[in-house]
Design a protein around this ligand. Structure first.
Ligand code: SF4
Length: 343
């Protein structure tokens, strides 16, 4: 077991109106949205909203260097992270609720989004890290292409909940270099209870197959003396309270199918809602949902986490990212009131 990481990924900025982006597609993919496995088929281009509640215009909550991802993702000056507003999975325990559930952020044009990528490159970013791009994927791909014509040369990290369609991953060909993906549940009942997505285990496994085919084995280079991931797939498994058995089964299932073709990141940073609310508040509908899930009120214990790491060791997984410090404390919560609106 190697101590490779303490990974963090949660920040946002305030909501400011902006002009919608313009798409160059013959068929507008937002008109009958099937961008994720929810397949809502709503017309986002004309104001309808699906499960993700996202409009057709890309909304960004924050774009900044980020030092708390896994080390080869946050290499050098940090990961050039762009946080997108809204989310199609909408987990009850979401640590970024104001962004994912509350939709904090502002609409940006393709030009502006490409400009953010170039600015992050100029600031020394190791990569462009797109945090939950799924529900804006066609626009984001266009922005990456545009940025590349203007000199973007960094690896693109597709940072996803894992709830993706294989076709969406295939359409990332030539765009995404690294997949930084969750594998949240092996148990359909837990996937239903926390994310209203009983199909998550099978959907995420199918998506993962496509990611592994697309990105291949992990490969690295060097940036300012740090190892940087250039291609490959990192699978994040977040241990939830009372979730040890499911986390173990997730590790077992992914390892038995993909072995060393993926890199594991076993995470203990689950933050109880009380701390999330104290730091940033939380949308009322999410608070109500959490009232029905009392098991989520506590952090995971060090013993639970150690048992998960021991399990990975026993399976024979030789290298994986893990987190020091065990359970989350208040200090892990970003102060959203101090967030900088610099998308
Ligand atoms: S991206 Fe949003 S609207 Fe489209 S299918 Fe997924 S949840 Fe529904």
């Amino acid at each position: 077991m190697a101590n490779l990481s303490t990974a963090r990924h949660s920040l946002l900025g305030p909501s400011v109106p902006s002009k919608p982006l313009e798409l160059g597609h013959f068929m507008n993919p937002y008109e009958r949205c099937e961008l994720c496995p929810r397949e809502c088929k709503v017309d986002r281009a004309h104001g309808e909203r699906g499960v993700c509640n996202a409009p057709a215009e890309v909304m960004v909550a924050r774009a900044a260097l980020h030092e708390w991802e896994e080390p080869p993702i946050s290499a050098g000056a940090g990961s050039g992270t762009i946080f997108f507003s809204h989310c199609s999975l909408r987990c009850a325990y979401c640590q970024n609720a104001p962004i994912a559930h509350g939709g904090v952020g502002r609409a940006v044009s393709l030009e502006e989004l490409a400009g953010m990528m170039l600015r992050l490159q100029n600031e020394g970013a190791a990569n462009i890290n797109l945090v939950t791009p799924t529900h804006y994927a066609p626009s984001i791909r266009e922005a990456v292409r545009l940025a590349r014509t203007r000199g973007l040369g960094l690896p693109i990290v597709w940072n996803t909940s894992g709830y993706e369609t294989p076709s969406a991953i295939e359409e990332n060909h030539g765009i995404a270099d690294v997949y930084l993906t969750d594998f949240k549940y092996a148990d359909p009942e837990r996937a239903s209870r926390y994310s209203a997505a009983p199909d998550y285990p099978e959907v995420a496994l199918r998506a993962l197959r496509t990611m592994v085919e697309a990105a291949g084995n992990a490969c690295f280079d060097n940036i300012r003396g740090d190892e940087r991931m250039k291609r490959g797939v990192v699978v994040r498994i977040l241990l939830l309270p009372d979730g040890l058995a499911d986390a173990k089964e997730s590790v077992r299932r992914v390892y038995s199918e993909f072995g060393t073709d993926v890199v594991f990141s076993l995470m203990s940073q689950y933050t109880p809602p009380e701390l999330v609310i104290r730091a940033n508040g939380m949308p009322d509908d999410q608070k109500k949902r959490l009232e029905r899930l009392p098991e989520l009120t506590r952090a995971v214990t060090r013993d639970e986490y150690e048992e998960l790491l021991d399990f990975a060791d026993e399976l024979g997984i030789e290298n994986y990212f893990w987190q020091e410090g065990g359970a989350a404390t208040e200090s892990f919560i970003p102060d959203f009131s101090q967030a900088v609106n610099r998308p």
